[in-house]
Design a protein around this ligand. Sequence first.
Ligand code: ZN
Length: 464
Amino acid sequence: MKITPYGAAGGEVTGSAYLVETDSASVLIDCGLFQGGKDAAARNRAPLGCKVAELDAVVLTHGHLDHTGRLPLLAKAGYSGPVYATPATIEMTGLILRDSAKIQSQDIERQNRKRERAGESPLEPLYSLAEAEQVLLQLQPATLEESFDVAPGIRARMIEAGHMLGSASIELAVREGGRERLVAFSGDLGPTNAPILKHAETFPKADAVFLETTYGDRDHRPFRETAIEFFEIIKQAVAAGGKILVPTFAVGRAQLLTMLLAYAFRKGLVKPIPVFLDSPMAIEAWKIYERHVELFDDEMLQFIHDGSVRKDLATMKPSVTAEDSKKINDIIGSCLVMAGSGMCTAGRILHHFKQNLWKPETHVIIVGYQAYGSLGRRLVEGEKMVKIFGEQIAVKAHIHTLGGFSAHAGQTDLLKWFEPLAGGRPLVVLTHGEDGPRRELAKQIQQRHGLKPLLPGLREVIEV
Ligand code: ZN
């Protein structure tokens, strides 16, 4: 068989998509959007590269946009077959693709107003909400641990990946020329020490392994230490009477922080303060979490069983409308605000920054990856003056960076995941990582197991 990465290869982390081709079938694993970088928009607009008419099925590892964001384009190009995913991933994909379509149409409207003034012809959005809805109808549920037919000669099985609600690693059993070969795709793997979700499982054997390498070169700070620091910052801010602003990704990180606050309030580690979940998408994502408690780990289930999380979070208010969000400005004294976007490039967090960044009693807590060039990155790097909505704002707030809340496995966890597979001496293919982390993980695998991983470029065909 031939396997070709159509994204998240050649030293990048977005645009995940692998095409698996045999004599009799062709299956796509993920179909993600390219994000960040100047040419992302053009690359997303370019044809996917595979023959859509020959595609038998798509299988998704999880709902994040960089793994699902080009699905509507596939449907637009004529694909009408099944897209298999876990039930929670189906719900997450719905939430994320609808949001993506809305953001794109807003962006395009803004760009087109400029283009019109410049006498240029208008652009079309990458896909419309209706086109996103169309592909959502093609999603079909697959149960974790159960194998199912996806295409002639190809069966799939998914196991927990511990990265986001519904996330899975995928094993394909491919029958060709009278023999069966097993191919494992890690998808994005979660860290083993984070709460809420079950930890990543691994497959017992494989002939080929496609492993993510986002943090292939390092480990995160332990979760416990990070949580303690988070609580300390809140106490400092409360003592100074300042607001605590947390730019947060709406799916995953927002839920993790909310549960941590529930824990801290219940255990008396932090006195309850007003908390605002100022993100309609994070509120929607919460509802999906509540429908899938079967994916929670034992500790989380025990925590829910031992007391009422709603009671713990009695001081938390969801801010659904823009009016709700504006009212947060009127709060006197300390409160904690979680708002998007996660990298401070857009969204409600910018309004809160404009109102509070210039106050020395404000604390900003950065809990996620901040891409080069984003406002979040500039704050992390200590810029003293930033432009928000065209206005210069002095940065007098305390800026804290907490690296231990990552949703990705660090190097030790990646190696541990791979360990049981190493004995079978599989072909190892490292993807979904920048060049430094990818090369470092390759070195580790070579030293420990004597295997020489492939580090493919984009569209580089791999024979298995
Ligand atoms: Zn992901």
